[in-house]
Design a binder for this molecule. Sequence first.
Ligand code: GLC
Length: 543
Amino acid sequence: MDAKATPIDRDWWKRRPVYQIYPRSFLDTNGDGVGDLVGITQGLTALKALGAGIVWLSPIFFSPMADNGYDMADYCRIDPRFGTMADFEALLAQAALLDLKIVLDIALNHTSIEHPWFVAAARDPTSPYRDFYHWREKPNNWHSIFGGPAWSQVPDGAYYLHLFDKTQADLNWDNPTVRQHIYEAMRFWLTKGVSGFRLDVVTVISKPAGLPDVADPSPGPLYKALAIGPNLHPWLREMRREVFDHYDCVAIGEGPGLNPVRAAQLVDPADPMLDMIYHFDFVDPPQRANQPWDRVWFKSVFSRWDQAIGPRGWNTCVLGNHDLRRLISRFGDQNVNDGQVAKALAAAYLLQRATPFIYQGDELGLGDTIITSFEDLNDVWAKTTYRLELEVGGTEAQALAKAAAMTRDHARTPYPWTPLGGFTTGTPWLKPTLNKGGVDLATQMADPNSVWSFYRFALKLREADPATWIFGAYEDIAPEHPDVFVFKRGEYGLVSINFGSQPYHLCDLDHNLLEGRRLLAAFGDVEGDQLGPWACCIFGRGN
Ligand code: GLC
């Protein structure tokens, strides 16, 4: 238990913003081109300065790295590429000094096929480890999320299930020994002092009995069909009893395929399974040809999740992560500079009634990278996409274009510490994103108008007035407006963002809107109550 825990600290995961680190790309201190734990330890001060309160590390466990650590080969060992257990303990000590909580990522739906459990299971059908995984003589119709069939064969001809890459074999959670092993690993890290887990694709751990064919086996519909399988609730309750209840920790479930109503059940304080659900409803804004993305839809996502979870459980707000193209390329506007786009999006997602999740680099307004050849790709999903395109007769150029458009490498490039990079003294494992000027930490920390400074402002605002900016009720006051996003927080908070290309007057929405409120911050073209394209004003308590 955290020695400093007081009753008010119990909801620390509601108050503390999360910063997600992608360890391979954060900071390399030994010159091998791959980020490491010593680098993370050194970088914590900068995260503290930003206003982060929880630091989530994408996987650091021992792994062959086919999916950069989401293919775990040992749940209780640090991968040597990242350092040693002593390095990790030093990281925890530094985090404690800075009052930062460390949350680890655990892939519990599957292991690497190099995990000793799978090695034993594949070698010998009579091994007790065989039942740790799902086997079939003939595959069902499920597709892997990464493309191609969800089944591959071991030398004896049996097929094993892998919802992701063929190197990631799905664990059979119906086997109680599997569950006990995972709980034990979690307790190992919690006892060491970590403050919780981000549970990778936890919603799909419970498969339907008999693994039947599904109507539409392509990734999106399959995820939906498998989300919240028959035993998910009992197993999460068991996990809570066996693990989370004994520590001061947070359980964050990655919830692909969930809708807010089903998510609300998982974080219901009356029957708590998880503390927060990390969802993807913001990922793909609908867009008609030659039209900007749909703002009304965007706003409706915030409202839907707030209405379902806000008053009882607790929400997350996630726009970017290591699996998505950068915010600028998904939500940007060619006529507006990237920095302003990044700030406007930040105003929208950091000030919700939810714990915001900031993905490394988004606080600088980092954009996508440029992929010019197959060698630029690292992402296993993108490489599969490339191969499948060639298999259906596409040219190399078509295969590359398809992979470049979806690859998760865009978000995984080295973190820009200085104008010249500063990530490594060696050759980086992935080509860095081109710095078009000013998109690096050193420059932005020194500039009060930078994206980084705006993030810091918004996070400090939550801290300074939690009744308004953390716990205050959320209300979208113009849900049908095609361009503007204006929402109230509590009695005093008001955020107004113009995502359109035309100026608008705030008082056109409501004459009394600004009464008793004081302007706390503004950027972009703002004159009186008029906001230009992508401008934003934030109001709080009056004098
Ligand atoms: C999650 C991770 C992703 C990984 C997948 C399989 O969605 O975020 O990076 O590839 O699970 O573990």
